[in-house]
Design a protein around this ligand. Structure first.
Ligand code: ATP
Length: 332
């Protein structure tokens, strides 16, 4: 049997004191040498592991390592991320996930990278993707519902990310409808959903998530986004473990997805979504290519459209497609 690094890591992380070499050998059915090799690999990756004769091994410190074992060893999900690919560098995790989808990858497969060379946002925009500080991940879904139900998945993910960030950092993570996550009025996360479908059948959907986590200062962002972008570290003053945050995002997404699929609408998620919605009951500007207008945002409906009440009292259902929504005085 191959000794699984993630299993050993999980065991070390889960125990307060020392774990004896003997216990590790017995649990995984491997030799002491095999255990010793895995411990050395982990040390090389940056984990501080103390080894004491007659006591065993103890994990002192997990740095912000991003690796397949670091993520897998934390997963608590039923299906999201149970099949996992990790790259130090890639073009785009959405493109990777699409390729895996074509090759028969299972529903829930996740691709994570430490850096992207061609990260993208909606409508062909760029997503800045430097190494060592952020999360770039894509989840592949193979749903058996009709294609017109897929666009709501962006909102299902946005809610999951907002819940995960709020839980991990204690800060309020707001959603700028439909798909940006905002902390203290600046963007920490973008979400890009793409689909391959026939007229009445979804081949697959990929949802890409980029989260700025440990970027140390605003100067790390290019000039053109410095005013609107931020990271969780800049806002909280704390460095975070990216793998732990990935786990929370997948956990919340999986729960929300399973809820969504029961009714194929957002009726059971609307309330939670609106709790995170920025500009709820405040004035927004709707940048619709067919004509801009302002109104009061009243929350989303079961289809994920933003309800905007115009001055004359008419409530317009805004569909995400081509539209951006702004606060009256800037990005939010
Ligand atoms: P909006 O709805 O605000 O018009 P969008 O949802 O269409 O935006 P996205 O596709 O989510 O935009 O993201 C792309 C945009 O995000 C880019 O045009 C850029 O302004 C900004 N951006 C790019 N990289 C980052 C980053 N790492 N952090 C924060 N913002 C970024």
């Amino acid at each position: 049997m191959k000794t699984d690094k993630s299993d050993i890591l999980a065991l070390l992380r889960g125990s307060n004191g020392y774990v004896s070499g003997q216990q590790l050998c017995a649990q995984f059915g491997v030799s002491r040498t095999a255990v010793w090799k895995v411990i050395n690999q982990l040390k090389e990756e940056g984990y501080k592991i103390e080894s004491v004769t007659n006591k065993g091994y103890r994990l002192l410190e997990s740095p912000d390592v991003l690796s397949k074992s670091e993520i897998s060893s934390r997963l608590t999900t039923k299906w999201a991320g149970q099949s996992l690919y990790y790259f130090d560098e890639t073009g785009s995790t959405n493109i990777d996930a699409k390729r895996y989808a074509e090759d028969g990858a299972v529903h829930g497969t996740v691709v994570v990278a430490d850096m992207q060379t061609t990260g993208r946002g909606r409508r062909g925009r760029m997503w800045q993707s430097p190494s060592g500080s952020a999360i770039y991940m894509t989840i592949l879904l193979k749903p058996d519902f009709p294609p017109d139900k897929a666009s709501m998945l962006t909102l299902v993910m946005a809610l999951g990310v907002a819940e995960a960030i709020t839980e991990v950092t204690g800060m309020d993570a707001g959603i700028k409808w439909p798909n940006d996550i905002v902390v203290n009025k600046k963007k920490v996360c973008g979400i890009l959903t793409e689909m391959n479908a026939e007229q009445d059948y979804i081949q697959y959907v990929v949802i890409g998530v980029g989260i700025n986590v440990n970027n140390a200062s605003p100067e790390e962002f290019p000039e053109e986004i410095r005013k609107t972008a931020t990271s969780l570290r800049i806002e909280s003053g704390k460095q975070l473990g990216r793998a732990a945050l990935i786990e929370r995002v997948l956990f919340h997404f999986e729960q929300n997805y399973d809820t969504y699929v029961r009714k194929l609408d957002l009726s059971e998620l609307m309330e939670a979504y609106d709790r995170h919605l920025l500009n709820l009951n405040a004035e927004v500007k709707v940048l619709d290519p067919k004509g801009e207008f302002t109104g009061i945002a009243r929350g989303i409906n079961e289809s994920g459209e933003l309800l905007v009440e115009r001055e004359d009292g008419e409530v317009v259902q805004v569909y995400a497609g081509e539209v951006s929504v702004r606060g009256l005085y800037g990005y939010v």
